[in-house]
Ligand binder design. Structure first.
Ligand SMILES: Cc1cc2nc3c(=O)[nH]c(=O)nc-3n(C[C@H](O)[C@H](O)[C@H](O)COP(=O)(O)OP(=O)(O)OC[C@H]3O[C@@H](n4cnc5c(N)ncnc54)[C@H](O)[C@@H]3O)c2cc1C
Length: 500
């Protein structure tokens, strides 16, 4: 029987990060992926030669000494990732449709603060206080310095208070509150539910500078695949764990894989959705309270997505990579509420993408969506959806296309829709239980599923563990690796890649 030091379940960015960290620190790794290809939410798809991003679209933190930059350096793949900074005028705009108000968000924390002070001169103190609090959270978050990460960092005061409470204490101006919480859409938890600290930790990269990556998530997949060649990492796609075997004294000795093979291991780390973890681990070894805690997690929102491109000869002149968020009103709590049935927010991303020496003017649009909206067809699978679903999809595509062309009248004749995806599409392609974009909602005071499970050589990491998005998913893997690798060796490994 083959024996591995580490089995990693799931090959999204957290699984890839963990595989590389553990292998670079001497472990023999088996990476299991249920889908036919690796990458999870990083993957791209192509329609008529045009590349589209499935999940991951943009990030931040490509600033000296910020965590994203540091993580890529330690992994040795920074030089393979080419950031495209959205730092031009009008690169990042919030449009409050009911007020006819357009806010431009520049790059840089100080610049965002100054710009908002310009828009809301009567709210200067509130705005300054908000950005000072964000900066303070980042300074006092130990895991944002890779040299200091640990399993159970001391929580800070802002971990216990919701973003909403902080905003309410700073200002009565509803539009300003919305402007300061638009990034909740980038992690799928309402301002009333997320802690101020986690909102700050996710948003800081966006305040620094919204950043696309050349070739999208595929660039990460390529970089990891290249780096894997130097290490003993075995990848098996179309494969998962069917059963845990040989359990003694709280330790699992072997697993039966879905292809019928049995493998032995020292530790196994799940980087998949917590509900998917529950399907694999043997129930009798866990308490009722543990089970109920995990089952009580709520999904973050997903997206209804339209994938398209601008075509024709006149396009290139004004086309710049950008993001515009259309907000029908200024209550983000309502816009992220599954029961809300009014007009949704819409994020429109424009980017220049290359494939086979051709450049495409890609325009994708994302409306927050909730599983409730597709629940009537939840038993159907890709390629076999009922008419009701097809009608729902058609109607939603039409409405999004109308909004795109309403906002960009210059694209009236040149926007071409290539594909669309509902939460069911995301569920079925990404092997997530509910098609949510960011795993579970990370609510203030919630105890996520992270780290060691009651079976002591099983661990969990991933986007639902510490922070959502690719940054949070990677960070969770750095923390787990630190727990598994000899402490001094890991410190040396990290320090040798980081600036003093
Ligand atoms: C539409 C959309 C837009 C997004 N936009 C952004 C963005 O702009 N910026 C950002 O930072 N984040 C964004 N995200 C979120 C981001 O993509 C995720 O937070 C991150 O990529 C998750 O990484 P992960 O490794 O934790 O999980 P995943 O990428 O979901 O990887 C999990 C992997 O595990 C596999 N798997 C599942 N079950 C099993 C099993 N039983 N056995 C084996 N393998 C299994 C899956 O197939 C998948 O490959 C977006 C997500 C979506 C869906």
């Amino acid at each position: 029987m083959e024996r591995y030091n580490s089995i990693i379940v799931g090959s999204g960015i957290s699984g890839l990060t963990l595989a590389l960290l553990l292998a670079a620190n001497g472990r023999k790794v088996l990476l299991l992926e249920k889908a036919p290809i690796i990458g999870g939410c990083l993957s791209r798809f192509y329609k008529k030669g045009v590349p589209f991003d499935t999940g991951f679209h943009f990030t931040g933190g490509f600033v000296k000494n910020r965590i994203m930059e540091d993580m890529l350096r330690v992994l040795g793949i920074r030089d393979s990732i080419h950031p495209i900074l959205l730092d031009k005028e009008r690169s990042n705009r919030f449009i409050f449709e009911n007020e006819g108000l357009s806010l431009e968000m520049p790059a840089g924390l100080e610049q965002c603060c100054a710009k908002l002070e310009n828009y809301f001169p009567a709210q200067r103190v509130a705005i300054r206080n908000y950005f000072e609090m964000v900066e303070r959270v980042i300074q006092s978050t130990p895991s944002f310095d890779l040299r200091k990460i640990s399993f159970s960092p001391e929580p800070i005061e802002e971990d216990y208070i919701s973003l909403q409470k902080v905003l309410d204490s700073l200002t009565q101006n509803q539009t300003l509150k919305a402007a300061l919480s638009v990034y909740c859409m980038c992690y799928g938890t309402k301002p009333s539910e997320i802690s101020f600290a986690n909102h700050a930790r996710v948003s800081i990269g966006f305040y620094d500078c919204l950043t696309r990556i050349k070739d999208g998530g595929e660039a990460f997949i390529r970089a990891f695949s290249q780096a894997f060649k130097n290490y003993p990492i075995m990848i098996r796609c179309n494969t998962t764990i069917q059963e845990c075997l040989d359990i003694h004294d709280g330790i699992v000795g072997r697993v039966l894989l879905s292809d019928g093979e049995e493998v032995a291991f020292d530790e196994c780390i799940f980087t998949i959705h917590p509900f998917e973890v529950l399907k694999i681990i043997p129930k009798q070894h866990f308490s009722k309270a543990f089970w109920e805690r995990v089952e009580s997690f709520e999904p973050s929102n997903g997206f209804f997505s339209v994938f398209g491109a601008i075509e024709g000869e006149k396009v290139a002149d004004n086309f710049e990579p950008s993001i515009v968020s259309l907000l029908p009103h200024s209550d983000i709590n309502i816009l992220l509420d599954p029961k809300y049935i009014g007009p949704q927010a819409l994020a429109i991303f424009q980017s220049l993408e290359c494939a086979k020496d051709k450049t495409f003017h890609v325009l994708n649009a994302f409306e927050p969506s909730f599983f409730e909206q597709v629940a009537p067809w939840s038993n159907s699978k890709v390629g076999h959806r009922p008419q009701g679903y097809t009608d729902y999809k058609k109607q939603r595509v039409q409405s999004i296309c109308n909004r795109i062309q309403g906002f960009f009248p210059e694209y009236k004749d040149s926007f071409r829709m290539y594909d669309a995806a509902s939460m069911l599409t995301f569920r079925d392609y990404l092997f997530s239980p509910d098609g949510s974009a960011y795993g579970i909602k990370q609510k203030v005071g919630q105890f996520n599923l992270f780290g060691k499970l009651p079976l002591r050589n099983l661990y969990t990491a991933g986007q639902s563990a510490v922070l959502p998005g690719i940054l949070g998913a990677m960070l969770s893997s750095f923390v787990i690796a630190r727990a598994l690798v000899d402490k001094d060796a890991y410190n040396n490994f990290i320090n040798k890649s980081l600036c003093p």
